[in-house]
Design a protein around this ligand. Structure first.
Ligand SMILES: C[S@@+](CC[C@H](N)C(=O)[O-])C[C@H]1O[C@@H](n2cnc3c(N)ncnc32)[C@H](O)[C@@H]1O
Length: 646
């Protein structure tokens, strides 16, 4: 067969599988490539049964026939194969499509499909929306030059008990360090880099609860947001997170079994093995899910790493009332409450065994097979100091007193965080529902779980960072515990969930005829009672100023079904005229080719517009704040001067 003929033949063959075609019957190359990468049996069978394809893409070694998937993918990627309307169109407007493979260019993951799906927690796996195409781009080094530069911040508001105000000044201590609590809306990678100039080496605790990459229904990411992309996504952020940690700082990263082992290895690489502390297990649910296929998975992992392990010292947990209740003072000992332990121990050496007669006439020696806990002299001394207890009668076998005021002031935490002390996922949901009066976030963590971590890792006034803020649990708990905090979240729901929640934590002043009434309306749930939370305090909210991200949001909206053909055509004009396009795209050619664009399938139209947007310019760069195209007003410029201290 000639090449042309084989091309057509292969195209027809691939089109016989419905997952490889779109609604208009066009071949979806990405899906074919994705199947090949996964060695999808259906695809392999299809190719094997076609003699020409078999000859092209399979190697015979002895009696085995081996699929040469690299050859297959290269073939599919080759521009001579399947000059589909998309390829024809993008060639026409001068855009060369990179054939690079994600795995070959794992450098920086910018946009990430989870955000498209997070609110659709309950949707089923085969929901079309999440499967089609995905706006996720892994960028190579040469494409990320300015991506990580400081960004323009905007829309700042200060929240206090009197409400929100857009008069914002950052408070600094004598060393110039910002002392405000911050809630930031924006992509966390860029936000973290933006924080570096103010906060490098200043953060005592980082806690994150990133998407776990489960690929199941409750966390419905796109299939294509695969394992290596997830790791790259984590790596990019953990590297800058490490720069933000103080020398005595510590990071807690939550995940489940899907990525735990890989995340551990990744973190070993970034933080170094010697700085690994523990893998904490959180017993996250109490209910038995008997319909689970293999195991009722009821725990999460929290990997703990220090910046420098020898510099970190965990705080002890408070002793419980039950523990203290084991101490009493039946003999009115002036040294206070005590409990007692036996004088003998299970291990020791025969030579140290002795017999003693105390001045009160009681004789003692360890029972056969045990050994004295103290030597004879020390035991004598204990008698003289009234540290031995001979029972109420004064004639029983003596025991050694242990005084309450001599025990460690607290407890070292176990590596297992139990339900009773650290809550459950169910409790997290109930707490959030109580605050917000509705169920609008599927994975909030319980407050006492965060309280435990913040207690172990910080003291009052220390800085806590969470760059996967979600419903804002970390900030709410840090606020109630008197810690300074920074929270980052990119989704629009930040305002309806995290910011609302924080406003409730602070509460509002209830005034009558201008007079402050005694009662303040603040959040009394979660850990409020245990820390005697009375409301008050403040925080500053701001956003990273969007540039191309604005258009990506619009593309996402259309992708999710909020839009019409008309909107996509308008968006084509808008992007051509106003967006910051890739250098290889010429806007005149774009404008002249609109008719061809209109002929593409919606999926291809979306993919195309996404691909021409320059990802270096998702948000406005601070260095270009005075550029007229960026249209930054004076008030915002002032805000940026203040924040960056320039
Ligand atoms: C599992 S949730 C965190 C829940 C949180 N611990 C709580 O108690 O509510 C993960 C959050 O990370 C956010 N997220 C994921 N990728 C992000 C990114 N690149 N930038 C900012 N936020 C991101 C998601 O939108 C989601 O809200």
């Amino acid at each position: 067969v000639t090449i042309m003929k084989f091309n057509q033949q292969l195209e027809q063959l691939l089109k016989t599988l419905s997952q490889f075609t779109d609604a208009e019957g066009e071949l979806l190359k990405q899906n074919v490539k994705h199947s090949a990468e996964k060695f999808d049996p259906e695809l392999i069978k299809l190719l094997l049964n076609d003699p020409d394809s078999k000859a092209h893409f399979f190697d015979e070694i002895d009696t085995a026939t081996i699929f040469n998937y690299r050859k297959f993918i290269d073939y599919i990627d080759d521009k001579n194969f399947l000059l589909d309307s998309y390829t024809k169109f993008s060639n026409k407007v001068g855009l060369t499509i990179s054939n690079k493979h994600m795995k070959q260019i794992n450098e920086v993951v910018v946009s990430f499909p989870f955000k498209d799906c997070v609110l659709e927690g309950g949707q089923s796996k085969d929901d079309e929306k999440c499967k089609e195409i995905f706006f996720n781009e892994v960028l190579a080094k040469d494409e990320i030059n300015r991506l990580l530069d400081k960004k323009v911040i905007t829309n700042a508001r200060k929240y206090t008990q009197d409400g929100a105000s857009d008069e914002v000044d950052f408070k600094r201590d004598e060393n110039g360090l910002i002392k405000d609590n911050l809630i930031i809306k924006g992509n966390n990678l860029l936000a973290l880099h933006t924080l570096k100039s103010n906060f490098a080496g200043k953060v005592k605790l980082i806690y994150i609860d990133p998407p776990y990459n489960t690929g199941n229904d409750s966390f419905n990411y796109n299939d294509n947001f695969n394992h290596s992309t997830w790791l790259t996504f984590m790596k990019n952020r953990l590297e800058v997170a490490r720069d933000l940690l103080s020398e005595d700082g510590v990071i807690f990263v939550q995940c489940d079994d899907n990525e735990q082992a890989y995340l551990k290895v990744l973190m070993d690489e970034i933080f170094e093995r010697d700085n690994f502390v523990n893998n904490i297990i959180w017993h996250k649910k109490n209910v038995v899910q008997n319909d689970a296929k293999y195991f009722n998975e009821n725990h999460d992992h929290i990997l703990v790493f220090c910046k420098i392990k020898t510099h970190w010292k965990p705080n002890l947990l408070k002793r419980t009332k039950e523990m203290d209740a084991r101490y009493s003072n039946p003999d009115n000992d002036p040294k206070g409450k005590w409990t007692s332990v036996a004088l003998q121990a299970k291990s020791g050496t025969k030579d140290n065994v002795y017999k003693i007669e105390f001045p009160n006439g009681v004789e003692w020696s360890p029972v056969e097979g045990t050994y004295p806990r103290l030597n004879k002299q020390s035991l004598q001394l204990a008698y003289d100091e009234n540290r031995l207890w001979f029972g109420k009668t004064g004639t029983n076998i003596p025991r050694l007193k242990k005084y309450l005021n001599e025990v460690k002031k607290g407890l070292i935490s176990n590596t297992i965080f139990a339900n009773e002390s650290s809550g459950s996922t169910q409790q997290g949901k109930e707490e959030l529902k109580k605050i917000l009066k509705q169920n609008i976030f599927s994975t909030p963590k319980p407050e006492n779980f965060l309280q435990r971590i913040i207690h172990i890792a910080t003291k009052k006034g220390d800085l806590v960072l969470d760059y996967h803020l979600g419903s804002g649990t970390t900030c709410a708990v840090a606020h109630k515990m008197g810690r300074q905090y920074i929270g980052i979240e990119q989704m629009d729901y930040i305002e309806d969930i995290a910011v609302k929640r924080m406003q409730k934590v602070i509460g509002t002043t209830v005034k009558k005829d201008g007079e402050l009434l005694e009662s303040l309306d603040f959040d009394s749930g979660g850990i409020s009672k245990s820390v005697d939370w009375q409301g008050g305090g403040e925080f500053i909210y701001f956003e990273l100023d969007k540039y191309n991200q604005k258009y990506i949001d619009k593309l996402n909206a259309i992708k999710q079904g909020h839009g019409t053909a008309k909107t996509i055509e308008q968006l084509y004009d808008e992007i051509t005229k106003h967006a910051f396009l890739n250098y290889d795209v010429e806007s005149e050619k774009l404008l002249a080719s609109k008719k061809d664009f209109e002929k593409l399938s919606l999926a291809n139209q979306l993919e195309f517009l996404f691909s021409i947007l320059n990802k270096n310019q998702l948000y406005k760069n601070l260095a270009e704040i005075d550029d007229k195209d960026l249209t930054v007003d004076e008030k915002t410029k002032h805000l940026n001067n203040d924040f960056y201290h320039e």
